[in-house]
Ligand binder design. Structure first.
Ligand code: PLP
Length: 389
């Protein structure tokens, strides 16, 4: 094949003139940190998810941190989460002094296995954190049922899931009269919508939302833009120390525009994923992502194949030689050095996760890609596997 001149990255944010104009307007407004644009972005998330509360934060990681803090999770407590996730989740559990307990995933879909997750809930478990992996939803009904039997909350890691839904309910939404889950979304530049860095926590509990707002900003009860605005008073009190995890208006201004575009952006992602699935159908030496077996909307955050016909790292090198960037989502968390050292995890604990972990490769997927880019990647994959596989 003829090697392309330019590098095709794994991802590139879909930012245009509208986002640029929104940033400039925010800069010119005289109020650049958390303010009216953050309120607008929170409103957009209440609209998307149907959750009554949305709390914008500096990142999904920050969101996970204040959620675990607000739930009082600490030393002696356990939190069950898949190992096939980004380390951010596990780090936050560890940083609270709690113990992460890992559940296995399905090899085909990479979603956490509800029965395995349920079997790892113990009297010490204080929360479960399923991940809507790659933009398809985790199987929330059995997960929710298992959590309810133990009276513990479900925290949806919805970092990949702006626009994802499960059985007609958006990530973060309430399921058929059940108490709604807490959900944490990410706006990192690789994600389906971005604010450069940023995140959103949605929840259905008034007291929890109030606590999250305090923990997000020093423990101060009223937002600065209300204290310093016309008619505001500069006095404040702090009853509990908080963090500095607020999102700025400059960032939120980008997010508000991205939220208006998200349905179109996700549609384009789905088209590209469909093209990959068609082009790579029947190719020997890779396993394609399998569809989850329940009604859903997939936001196609990532397109992950598993390399079975040759060494995965050689495959990555061959793609790089053809000017194609890739990602690894994710090295299994139970095999990270500090996790093995601190919690005694290791090989043999989670067979499906380990089988997938050594084979996964994320191929380029972002709305600005052309159909020909997908065809180029597929041709490269076929050639590499034919030559080296
Ligand atoms: C599954 C998952 N959870 C959490 C995060 C953390 O998101 P952020 O970068 O916004 O802190 C990520 C980011 O990649 C992720 O993939």
């Amino acid at each position: 094949m003829k090697i392309r001149d330019d590098f095709l990255p794994l991802s590139r944010p879909a930012l245009g003139e509208e986002e640029a104009a929104a940033v400039v307007a925010s800069l010119r407004s005289g109020w650049i940190t958390s303010g009216p644009r953050v309120a607008e972005l929170e409103e957009a998330f209440r609209g998307l998810t149907g959750a009554p509360h949305a709390v914008a934060v500096a990142s999904a990681t920050a969101g996970l941190h204040i959620v675990l803090t607000a739930l009082g999770i600490g030393p002696g407590d356990e939190v069950v989460t898949p190992s096939m996730t980004f380390a951010s989740t596990v780090n936050q559990v560890a940083l609270r002094g709690a113990t992460p307990v890992f559940a296995d995933c399905d090899y085909g879909t990479l979603q956490v296995l509800p029965s395995d997750l349920a079997s790892r809930i113990s009297p010490g478990t204080k929360a479960v954190i399923p991940v809507h992996f790659a933009g398809a939803p985790a199987d929330l009904d059995p997960i929710r049922a298992a959590a309810d039997r133990s009276g513990i909350p479900v925290i949806e890691d919805a970092a990949h899931a702006v626009g994802t839904s499960y059985k007609g309910v958006p990530a973060g939404g309430a399921h058929r009269g059940m108490p709604g889950n807490i959900a944490v979304f990410s706006f990192h530049p690789i994600k389906n919508i971005t604010t450069a860095e940023g995140g959103m926590v949605t929840c259905h509990d008034d007291a929890l939302a109030a606590r999250l707002r305090l923990l997000r900003f020093h423990g101060i009860e009223r937002d600065a833009w209300k204290r310093y605005g016309k008619g505001g008073t500069p006095h404040y009190d702090i009853r509990e120390p908080g963090y500095k995890y607020n999102l700025t208006d400059i960032q939120a201004a980008i997010g508000v525009v991205q939220m208006r575009r998200v349905a179109d952006l996700n549609l384009r992602r789905a088209e590209l994923a469909g093209r990959y699935l068609g082009c790579l159908h029947g190719v020997q030496g890779i396993d394609l992502p399998q569809e989850v077996p329940y009604p859903h909307a997939h936001s196609w955050h990532l397109f992950i194949v598993k390399v079975t016909g040759m060494d995965r790292d050689l495959f990555i090198g061959e793609l790089a030689a053809r000017n194609v960037g890739v990602g690894l989502h994710f090295p299994p968390c139970h095999l990270l050095s500090y996790v093995m050292g601190r919690y005694g995890t290791g090989y043999g604990n989670l067979p499906e996760t380990e089988r997938a972990g050594g084979r996964i490769v994320s191929l380029p997927l972002f709305p600005g890609m052309a159909d020909e880019d997908v065809e180029y990647v597929c041709e490269a994959v076929r050639e590499i596997l034919a030559e080296r596989g």
